[in-house]
Design a protein around this ligand. Sequence first.
Ligand code: RIB
Length: 288
Amino acid sequence: MTIWNLGSINADLFYDLPRLPRPGETIACDRLTKGLGGKGANMSVAAARAGARVCHIGAVGPDGAWAMERLLEYGVDTRHIARVGAATGHALILLDADGENSIVIFAGANRALSDEMIGAPLSEADAGDLLVMQNETSHQAYAAELGSKLGLRVAYAAAPFDAAAVTQLLPFVDLLFMNEVEAAQLKEATGKWPEELGVADVIVTLGARGCRWYGPEGVEEFGAPKVTAVDTTGAGDTFTGYVLAGLDRGMEMADAIGQATRAAALMVTRHGTADVIPDLKEVRAFRA
Ligand code: RIB
């Protein structure tokens, strides 16, 4: 089967700082590094490294050839990434000494997608394929509705959180990923707890404490390996990509979550995003 990912592609600019600046403060960074990122690209790379066939649907600008090349080198099908006039998206990532971050994104080409750029690739999808999206591109609602009509299993990572966007997509979503803060924001917006949303499977990630899965049989908690985090950026995307790849390969949800939890734990011990997502061999060998 194939995982179709309508997802953002960013240049991630990492500024390593002793601590995050306060409002109005200027602070010098110790190191600046650039890599491939974007929640979408990170998920595509994670799923590909976990052994899945992944077709990325997205857009880059005239300055984005390097990002497409890199996705290709990482095993992602890039045939459905459009080249548009707007500049490629980027993210400014402020990273403190404890591995915590603050991120500002410039959407650029990620928001220049059209229905046609999404509909054409999805016409190649087979019923039973997975479709995933996040909140960093345009036209997620169109994609979710179309994917659902075509018989795809629709997954949605509700980040960056936008209550209106999530509620619009919910009727078409089979698998919803949120972190604790997003789950609380959604509860505030809809008045509903995860198990009341009408979504077959909801996974709420709990950072270093693991995650909670609200599935057809009820709620199950999963712990996470104890590690020393140096950079938490992209760990959630790695988790999502690994869960999807596991499901795509026919794993039970609990097993897919277990493997994804180890991948995310390993990821936070590394600096960077898409470029450093661990592959399946590393995840299997990983002992905390
Ligand atoms: O989730 C991490 C990602 O968020 C980064 O790669 C950055 O590009 C932003 O989209």
